[in-house]
Unconditional design. Structure first.
Length: 58
């Protein structure tokens, strides 16, 4: 059972790193980038999903 949780955690980590890189490469303001960064770090799964749906696009 621990293997599934570890795999899920790894997938979330990779997705969050990808999101953070895309957030900081976007053309949004620094304040907007900072808010999205905090959201993704504090709420890894929900923040990633919110960013995916509503976040800055390239």
């Amino acid at each position: 059972m621990g293997g599934i949780g570890g795999l899920f955690g790894l997938i979330v980590l990779i997705a969050d790193i990808w999101a953070l890189l895309n957030i900081w490469e976007s053309g949004e303001s620094t304040g907007s980038k900072l808010l999205w960064t905090v959201a993704v770090i504090v709420f890894p799964v929900a923040g990633f999903i919110a960013w995916l749906l509503f976040g800055p696009k390239k």
